[in-house]
Design a protein around this ligand. Sequence first.
Ligand SMILES: [Zn+2]
Length: 86
Amino acid sequence: MKPPFEIKGIKDFAYITSRKLPNEQGEKSGEVFMWRRKGEEEFNYKLKCPYCGDEQESSVVFKRRPYRVRCSNCGKSILIEKLSKK
Ligand SMILES: [Zn+2]
């Protein structure tokens, strides 16, 4: 999955990640690209749902861990694991 924008300077981002997402069988059929710009509260994400394959783009403000996003197509909750800098 390509980022929905061109990353010119990583310093503009408070958080940025790209990871594969497993489905119920443990197959990594989904993918998420998530980022938050400095000074913004919202996380933006591009998601390919591992359960139904739907692709969507949205934003979310996380209140507490673990961070989860909900697929707007199949309604399943998707856990974003280890949302921290490596
Ligand atoms: Zn889905």
